[in-house]
Design a protein around this ligand. Sequence first.
Ligand code: ADP
Ligand code: MG
Length: 144
Amino acid sequence: MASPEIVTTTSEQETFALGKRLAETLAPGTFVLLHGDLGAGKTAFVRGMAAGIGANPDEVSSPTFGLIQHYKGRLPLTHVDLYRLESAAAVDDLGLEEMANGAVVTIEWAERLPRPLEGSVRVTIEDLGGDERRIAIDPFYSER
Ligand code: ADP
Ligand code: MG
């Protein structure tokens, strides 16, 4: 199994570029699970992913009211933020498995998932201080 790719970015733009590059390679049915604290750069990464599938990155925000947002490019990108979710039962109600039907689904705060999702790329972003972020991309990640 390939080891995760680990990159240190030094600007939001670099993190965006990394998300863009990843999204360009993804097939429908893939989950991209984002792990990392508040302000790590998860949404910045998703903005890059939107650009990578050919959607408008400016439409991507931290979903404050809506928990789920949809963007359309060469394929659909579904953006889920679990930050405000109260319980594992509430996550179950979202029907995440079905969302991946024909789409790429990216999930912020994937730490809150009650159980593993098949077909996941795991992205972990760690704030190293200042504008430095350590980003690990594990394309063969499985929680099993
Ligand atoms: P999250 O979604 O993880 O809470 P955001 O993407 O909303 O984080 O915010 C990340 C913040 O960190 C932004 O204000 C961004 O400008 C800043 N930042 C500084 N350096 C970086 C970097 N290397 N990568 C991503 N964001 C960075
Ligand atoms: Mg966010």
